[in-house]
Design a protein around this ligand. Structure first.
Ligand SMILES: Cc1cc2nc3c(=O)[nH]c(=O)nc-3n(C[C@H](O)[C@H](O)[C@H](O)COP(=O)(O)OP(=O)(O)OC[C@H]3O[C@@H](n4cnc5c(N)ncnc54)[C@H](O)[C@@H]3O)c2cc1C
Length: 348
């Protein structure tokens, strides 16, 4: 694989939750283009990951909208700024450089040289929950998988155990059956799933036609053969335990947030939150701002509305940091011809 080139930018936003997205908008109004990185493969943060279809009632002037709707409106609002998203990669390191810029690296090896950083990391990056047996760790990535493995199309005729009850688990099980694998078993604690209607209907059909086996229970142990995982022990709801042959386990147990590498970037933290001032929302490192759920200051409230306010003030502070000799006047989107031009709207 060729080395990815280093991207040079004025600003980098870590996190594409509602705050990170609105940060793009506020920076865009000040003519600052942003690159946005998120560990998840899609934008939206908690709104998409934790409550996509639940209504939110406290967004100003939007009496009711779901998490998904809010994110789609934010994405529409930032569309004039042609932002580059780098999704499915976690920011792993941030190193201050002698010229006051920061060298940022992600889990895919992508590097950025940036003048400012906005940490909009919420409750941290969402990581897949793992199976709880400690000794399973050694099979991670070879026989136990927590994301869709790139070679799973070639598992035909291997014993595949899919663990979980969400869309990701059920869709993976369906995909394996559709690839022609006759040895797919779905395992969940109980015979009840949480997924989209059409996925549930398809799972039902595959079970009734005996193309997919289902077991209600939990993995309580395993067996090996020549250091390879050969079987798992499954204890059912009545308490009896049976071995099941496995070559691969694909477990989709949801995601849990972890502060992760952010805690190692030399930032002042208070109870795993980044300490900022309330004028610029800047951290103890000049040029690094923290906005949204990730920050803390006296009176902090973890609300989307508060993240939007913080992003607005932080954008002005970043403009002063990037171009210290240039004043940044406040302009109204209603009346400013300059802002209309940036937003691609015609003024009346
Ligand atoms: C069930 C529920 C209901 C809620 N209802 C409301 C409500 O009605 N009203 C309201 O105002 N608020 C509500 N909230 C809170 C609201 O969702 C949060 O305040 C908001 O999501 C914070 O936005 P954020 O952008 O700061 O962070 P997040 O939404 O958490 O997004 C942060 C993003 O940063 C990414 N990230 C973190 N670290 C890294 C890294 N190192 N590298 C790359 N990416 C990283 C994460 O993957 C994530 O996508 C609710 C929360 C929950 C859980």
């Amino acid at each position: 694989m060729p080395e990815p080139t280093t991207i040079t930018t004025d600003t980098l936003i870590v996190g594409s939750g509602p705050t990170g997205l609105f940060q793009v908008f506020q920076l865009g109004l000040l003519e600052i283009k942003a690159h946005v990185i998120d560990a998840l493969p899609y934008a939206g943060g908690q709104c998409i990951e934790l409550y996509p279809d639940k209504p939110i009632y406290d967004i100003p002037a939007l009496p009711r909208c779901t998490g998904r709707e809010l994110v789609s409106r934010l994405l529409e609002q930032i569309s004039p700024f042609q932002t580059t998203f780098h999704l499915g990669q976690e920011v792993t390191s941030v190193e201050p450089q002698a010229d006051k810029r920061f060298l940022v690296q992600t889990s895919t090896g992508q590097r950025f040289l940036t003048k400012t950083i906005f940490i909009a990391g919420g409750v941290g990056s969402f990581q897949p929950r793992e199976l709880s047996l400690e000794d399973f760790k050694k099979f991670r990535g070879t026989q136990i998988h927590y994301t869709v493995p790139s070679d799973s199309a070639h598992w035909i005729k291997q014993n595949v155990l899919v663990v979980g009850a969400n869309d990701a688990a059920l869709e993976f099980a369906i995909q394996q059956v559709q690839l022609g694998n006759p040895k797919v078993t779905l395992l969940h604690r109980r015979d009840q799933f949480q997924a989209q209607e059409n996925t549930l209907i398809e799972i039902d059909r595959l079970r009734q036609t005996h193309q997919l086996a289902f077991l209600a229970g939990q993995i309580t142990g395993f067996q090996t053969h020549h250091d390879q995982l050969s079987a798992v022990l499954i204890t059912n709801t009545q308490g009896s335990t049976q071995p099941l042959k496995v070559d691969h386990i694909a477990a989709f147990l949801g995601l849990s947030p972890k502060l992760g590498p952010i805690s190692q970037w030399g930032l002042n933290l208070d109870k795993r939150q980044i300490v900022v001032d309330t004028e610029k929302f800047e951290t103890n490192i000049s040029g690094i701002f923290a906005v949204g759920d990730i920050n803390t200051y006296p009176g902090k409230k973890k609300l989307i509305l508060c993240g939007f306010h913080e992003a607005t003030l932080a954008a002005f502070a970043a403009a002063a940091h990037i171009t210290p000799d240039k004043a940044t006047p406040l302009q109204y989107t209603t009346t400013s011809k300059k802002l209309h031009q940036l937003l691609g709207v015609t003024s009346n």
